[in-house]
Design a binder for this molecule. Structure first.
Ligand code: GTP
Ligand code: MG
Length: 136
């Protein structure tokens, strides 16, 4: 089996979509093995998003992610990294396909592209690194 880190971002928690998002993960057959709700520190977020440091959206992204509670889940299953990214859909809610979390539930917030409900690790290496940040 494989593991990934899923985050329900502050917009998802604030809109009351946590249950629906976790239900989609479980309905697909993946198993949530660890779960926590927390408002992440800037230090955690800078580490989490280190690949984006220096990009123009880095500061707005880190600020938004620290603006309120986030739900972090350790999720396991066969090919769950690829599978969850497929469930999540494309980065922008407007272009994400219907049937995906972002496509069905994501709002278009204009320039605030950082508000797209969820995060999922993009490789086994990122998953291991990110799970260490959120679950120690
Ligand atoms: P994650 O699962 O969150 O990693 O999404 P992703 O892999 O689809 O996107 P990526 O890793 O490229 O970017 C990380 C996050 O930064 C995205 O989920 C968005 O929240 C945000 N982001 C990406 N591109 C932009 C952008 O052009 N502008 C803004 N404001 N935010 C962006
Ligand atoms: Mg990414």
């Amino acid at each position: 089996h494989e593991e990934t880190l899923v985050l329900v971002k502050p917009d998802g928690v604030e809109r009351g979509l946590t249950g629906q998002i976790l239900a989609r993960i479980e309905a697909k057959g993946y198993v949530i093995t660890e779960l926590r709700m927390l408002t992440p520190t800037r230090e955690m977020l800078v580490k989490h998003y280190e690949e984006h440091e220096g990009k123009p959206f880095f500061e707005p992204l880190v600020e938004f992610m620290g603006s309120g509670p986030v739900v972090a889940a350790r999720v396991t299953g066969n090919r769950v990294i690829e599978g969850f990214r497929s469930l999540a859909g494309a980065t922008e809610p407007t272009t994400a396909a219907p049937g995906t979390i972002r496509g069905d539930l994501g709002r278009d917030w204009g320039e605030q592209v950082q508000k797209n409900l969820v995060h999922g690790s993009d490789s086994t290496l990122s998953a291991e690194r990110e799970l260490g940040i959120w679950f120690g």
